[in-house]
Unconditional design. Structure first.
Length: 269
C-alpha cells in the first residue's frame, strides 16, 4: 500500500481505486473485482442513484467503502472535479466511461461529437495526467484505460474507433516513460461484450455470431492477468487475440474491407 494518506478513504488503510462508468458493464465488473481484492472505491458516473446502489451492494458483499462522485465527463467543470480527486491519490485508476452513437458522422450534431470525444479521450488524458504524479511518488500504482479492438482494427465506425486508437497510442507511449517507476499502465482492448453499450447506442447486434461475444468477467480477468505480466496491450479472448494478430499481418486496406464486411460500420459514429 502507498504511504500517501490521501490514497485512502478517511479512517481506513485500504488502497483506493477510482472507476469511471461503474454502473454497468465492464466498469461495474471492474469495481466489483477490485472490491473483492480489498480496495475501497471512488465511483464516478452521471447517475448518483445508481452509484449509491452499487456502493451499498459492494459494502454488503465485501465491506468496501465507496465515495460516490456524480459527474458528467463531457463537462469541463465535472472533469476538473474528478481530476482533482484523482490527484489527491488513488492506487488504481480505471478509465472506463464511454458511449457509442448511431448515425453517420456528417449527420450527428457537432456538440454531440465533441461530447463523445471529451468522454472517450479528454477525460482519459486529464485523469491519467492527474493520477501519475502521486503514483510515481509512491512508486506504486496502476492505470487501466479501457480502449477497444476497434482501436486496433479499423473500419467499425469513425469517431469511436479513432478515439480508442488514441487511447491505445497514449498508453503505449506512457508505458515507455513509466518503466522502472513501479507504475503500470494498460490499454484494455475488448471485442464485443455483453453489456448495455450497444443497446444504449441503438446499435443492432442480433446478427453477430455467438462465439464473438465475451462476458464482462472474461474481460476483467484477462485485464488483471495481463497487468500482472506487465502487458501494456490487453486483448481478452482467444478469438480477438487471433483477429488482432492476423490484422497485423495483412495490409491495412484489406483489413478495413474485411472488417466492414463482417461488422457493418454503416450508421455508426
Amino acid at each position: 500500500m502507498s504511504d500517501n494518506p490521501a490514497a485512502h478513504l478517511p479512517g481506513t488503510t485500504r488502497p483506493v481505486a477510482l472507476v469511471t462508468g461503474p454502473t454497468s458493464g465492464i466498469g461495474q465488473a471492474y469495481a466489483s473485482r477490485l472490491a473483492s481484492l480489498g480496495y475501497d472505491l471512488v465511483l464516478v458516473a452521471r447517475d448518483e442513484q445508481r452509484l449509491s446502489r452499487l456502493a451499498d451492494e459492494l459494502k454488503g458483499k465485501y465491506g468496501t467503502r465507496s465515495e460516490v462522485l456524480a459527474a458528467d465527463l463531457a463537462r469541463r467543470d465535472d472533469r476538473d472535479r474528478v481530476a482533482a480527486r484523482v490527484a489527491g491519490g488513488v492506487e488504481f485508476l480505471v478509465n472506463n466511461a464511454g458511449f457509442g452513437m448511431t448515425g453517420e458522422f456528417w449527420t450527428v450534431p457537432p456538440e454531440e461529437l465533441q461530447g463523445q470525444l471529451d468522454v472517450l479521450v479528454t477525460s482519459v488524458l486529464h485523469l491519467t495526467r492527474a493520477a501519475l504524479p502521486p503514483m510515481i511518488a509512491a512508486a506504486k500504482g496502476s492505470v487501466v484505460n479501457v480502449a477497444s479492438v476497434a482501436g486496433l482494427v479499423s473500419g467499425r465506425g469513425s469517431t469511436y474507433s479513432a478515439s480508442k486508437a488514441y487511447v491505445i497510442s497514449l498508453t503505449e507511449g506512457l508505458a515507455g516513460g513509466l518503466a522502472g517507476t513501479g507504475v503500470r499502465v494498460q490499454a484494455l482492448c475488448p471485442g464485443f461484450v455483453h453489456t448495455e453499450f450497444h443497446e444504449r447506442a441503438g446499435i443492432e447486434m442480433s446478427s453477430l455470431p455467438k462465439p464473438l461475444w465475451l462476458t464482462v468477467d472474461q474481460v476483467v480477468s484477462g485485464s488483471l492477468a495481463d497487468l500482472a505480466k506487465d502487458r501494456v496491450i490487453s486483448v481478452p479472448g482467444l478469438q480477438y487475440k487471433a483477429l488482432t494478430t492476423a490484422a497485423g499481418l495483412v495490409p491495412r486496406g484489406v483489413v478495413t474491407r474485411i472488417n466492414r464486411g463482417i461488422f457493418n460500420a454503416r450508421g455508426r459514429t
